[in-house]
Design a protein around this ligand. Structure first.
Ligand code: AMP
Length: 281
C-alpha cells in the first residue's frame, strides 16, 4: 500500500490503476480509523479494483467552538489498519495541499440541510460538500462509499452527486456498532466509562422506537415519544434532537412511509454523538 500526500501523486496512482483496467473505489475519512471506517474499505474492496482511502481532518466543516484542535489523529495506526484491510492507496494531504489559495467558491446545500445537523452545526454541511466535491474531482472514483452512521451527510452527498452530475455512484453502508450497541465513532474515545454508559441511552431509544414501528405504530410524533421517554430516563444525557424524518427531504414525517428514518443527537458532557435507525416498511 502506498501513502501519498499530494494531489499530483493521487492522480498518477489512479491513472496507473486505470491503465491496468482497474475500477476505482473511494472511502473518504477524517482518520482515527475504527471498524466503521474499515467496513467501508471492505465494501469498497468487494467492488473490486483499486481502493483509495483519504485521511483529512477538514477544518472547513468544524465550527469555531467545535473540536477541530482535539479531533483524534493517529496516522501511524491508521496506515497500518488501512494496509491490513487491503487498501491500495492512502491519500493524507496537508491543509495547505487541499486549500492552496484563497477560497472563492463553496458548495452550499439548500433547505435539505437546514435542520438537525445543519441547525446544530451551522456551516458544517457546506464544509462537508465542498471537501467531498474536491476529493471526488481529485480521485475521480467510480464509486464512493459512505456510512449510514452520518445519514443526513450521506443523503446530501447523494443529492450533490446527482444534481451536480458527478459521474460516480455513492454507496451507503450500514452502521457498525460495539457489542454494547454504541455506534462506533472517533469521538467515543472522549467518553469516560460513566459517560459511555449514559451514551447507550441513544441506541437504546432508537431500538425501542424501531420496535414500536415494527409493532405497528405509524405516527412520527408517537414514535418520537417512545424514544424521548428512554432518553429522559437517563440523567447523564442532554438531548439535542430526536426526530422521525423522510430521508428524501429530512423534514419531519407525520406518518411513517417507505423512506423514513429516526435520527438523534445527544450531548454527554462535552462530547456530541449522533445515531439513526432506518424504519423499513
Ligand atoms: P469520519 O471519519 O467520521 O468523517 O467518517 C468517515 C466515513 O466513515 C463516513 O462516511 C462515516 O459515515 C463513516 N462511519 C463513521 N462511523 C461509522 C460507523 N460506526 N459505521 C459505519 N460507517 C461509519
Amino acid at each position: 500500500m502506498n501513502v501519498v500526500t499530494t494531489i499530483a501523486d493521487v492522480r498518477a496512482a489512479v491513472a496507473a490503476a486505470r491503465s491496468r483496467g482497474e475500477a476505482v473505489a473511494f472511502v473518504p475519512t477524517m482518520g482515527a480509523l475504527h471498524e466503521g471506517h474499515l467496513s467501508l474499505v471492505d465494501a469498497a474492496r468487494r467492488r473490486g479494483g483499486f481502493v483509495v482511502l483519504s485521511i483529512f481532518v477538514n477544518p472547513l466543516q468544524f465550527g469555531p467552538n467545535e473540536d477541530l484542535a482535539k479531533y483524534p489523529r493517529d496516522m501511524a495506526g491508521d496506515t497500518a489498519r488501512a494496509a491490513e484491510r487491503g487498501t491500495s492507496l492512502v491519500f493524507a494531504p496537508s491543509v495547505d495541499e487541499i486549500y492552496r489559495r484563497e477560497r472563492t467558491i463553496e458548495i452550499r446545500p439548500l433547505k435539505f440541510a437546514d435542520d438537525w445537523e445543519g441547525a446544530s452545526r451551522p456551516g458544517h454541511f457546506t464544509g462537508v460538500l465542498t471537501i467531498v466535491a474536491k476529493l471526488f474531482n481529485i480521485v475521480q472514483p467510480d464509486v464512493a462509499v459512505f456510512g449510514q452512521k452520518d445519514l443526513q451527510q450521506a443523503c446530501l452527498v447523494q443529492a450533490m452527486t446527482r444534481e451536480l452530475d458527478f459521474p460516480l455512484e455513492v454507496q451507503v453502508e450500514p452502521t457498525v456498532r460495539d457489542s454494547d450497541g454504541l455506534a462506533l465513532s472517533s469521538r467515543n474515545q472522549f467518553l469516560s466509562p460513566r459517560e459511555r454508559k449514559a451514551a447507550l441511552a441513544l441506541p437504546r431509544a432508537l431500538t425501542r422506537l424501531r420496535a414500536a414501528h415494527r409493532s405497528g405504530v405509524r405516527t412520527g410524533a408517537e414514535l418520537e415519544r417512545v424514544a424521548e421517554e428512554v432518553l429522559a430516563a437517563e440523567p447523564g444525557i442532554e438531548l439535542d434532537y430526536l426526530a422521525v424524518v423522510d430521508t428524501r427531504t429530512f423534514k419531519r414525517a407525520r406518518t411513517v412511509g417507505a423512506h423514513a428514518a429516526a435520527i438523534g443527537a445527544v450531548r454527554i458532557g462535552t462530547t456530541r454523538l449522533i445515531d439513526n435507525e432506518l424504519l423499513q416498511p
